[in-house]
Design a protein around this ligand. Structure first.
Ligand code: ZN
Length: 245
C-alpha cells in the first residue's frame, strides 16, 4: 500500500522535488544506488543507517557456482551421497521423469538424488514442456507401449496398487512429471502423448502420508517421494521406500 501511495506521489510533479522522492522510495531499486547515502543523511535514523550500511556490504556480484558433487548434484559441502545406497537399487521398472525446465535450475533438486539411486538405464530424465513423436521418438514409443503408466492424479486415474492386481500386462514403465502443480498440469494436458499411457495415482494406505505432503511448494520433494512409493509398489519392494530420504 505504501509503495502505491509513493508511486502516485512520484507521478505528481508538484508533490515534492523529485530528488527527495527517489530517496523515499526504497522499493525502486534502480534509483537506490544513487541516493542511499543522502536518504540516510536526510532520515537520520539509526535503524535506517544500519540497514543501508548492511546493504552496501552485501555481495552484489552473483557468486561463482559452488563445486557440485558429480553424483547427487548437490554442493559438495551438503552432498547427500553418504545417505544414498552405495550401489544403484536393482529394479525392473523403467522410470521416465518429465521435468519442467524451471525445475532443472531449482536449488533443491531431488531428481539427481533419485537418478543416483537407480541404474542409469532404468531412470531417464527428459527436460521440456512439449513432447511429440517428431521431437522425441523414444518417448513417443514408450507412451504407446501397453505396459506404460503415467502417474498423474485425477478422476480418470486408477489406484496404482489396485491396477497392478488386475492388469493383464504387468507395467514395465512409469512416467512421472516433475514440476509444480501448474507446471505438471500444463505438461500433462498439453501433450497428447501423455494421455496414451494408463493414468494412475497413489491413493493407498502406504502412500497416503506422502500424498498429504504433495503441496505445490513441496513439489520437488514429492517427485522423489512419489517415485519411491510408485517404484516400491511396482517392484513390491518396501526397501525402496525406506531408502527414501
Ligand atoms: Zn553427492
Amino acid at each position: 500500500m505504501e509503495s502505491q501511495k509513493e508511486a502516485l506521489m512520484a507521478g505528481d510533479p508538484v508533490a515534492q522535488p523529485p530528488g527527495d522522492l527517489t530517496c523515499q522510495t526504497p522499493n525502486e531499486e534502480e534509483e537506490q544506488e544513487g541516493c542511499v547515502a543522502p536518504a540516510v543523511a536526510t532520515l537520520g535514523t539509526e535503524a535506517d543507517g544500519t540497514s543501508a550500511d548492511g546493504l552496501w556490504e552485501l555481495p552484489v556480484e552473483p557468486g561463482e557456482r559452488r563445486p557440485e558433487c558429480s553424483r547427487c548434484s548437490r554442493p559438495q559441502k551438503v552432498c547427500l551421497c553418504p545417505f544414498l545406497p552405495v550401489h544403484p537399487l536393482h529394479i525392473s521398472t523403467h522410470l521416465y521423469i518429465i521435468q519442467h525446465p524451471a525445475e532443472e535450475n531449482k536449488v533443491l533438486r531431488t531428481v539427481p538424488l533419485l537418478a543416483a539411486c537407480l541404474p542409469k538405464d532404468k531412470c531417464k530424465v527428459k527436460i521440456g514442456r512439449r513432447f511429440s513423436e517428431e521431437r522425441d521418438p523414444e518417448l513417443s514409443a514408450v507412451c504407446q507401449k501397453s505396459g506404460t503408466l503415467i502417474l498423474y492424479p485425477g478422476a480418470e486415474a486408477a489406484n496404482l496398487e489396485e491396477f497392478i492386481l488386475d492388469s493383464p500386462v504387468y507395467p514395465s514403465t512409469i512416467i512421472i512429471i516433475d514440476g509444480t502443480w501448474s507446471q505438471a498440469k500444463d505438461i500433462f494436458y498439453k501433450n497428447s502423448l501423455f494421455r496414451l499411457p494408463k493414468q494412475v495415482q497413489l491413493k493407498t494406505s502406504i502412500s497416503s502420508q506422502y500424498v498429504i505432503r504433495m503441496q505445490p511448494t513441496n513439489s520437488c520433494l514429492s517427485t522423489l517421494e512419489c517415485a519411491a512409493v510408485a517404484l516400491s509398489i511396482l517392484e513390491k519392494n518396501n526397501y525402496i521406500q525406506e531408502v527414501r530420504l
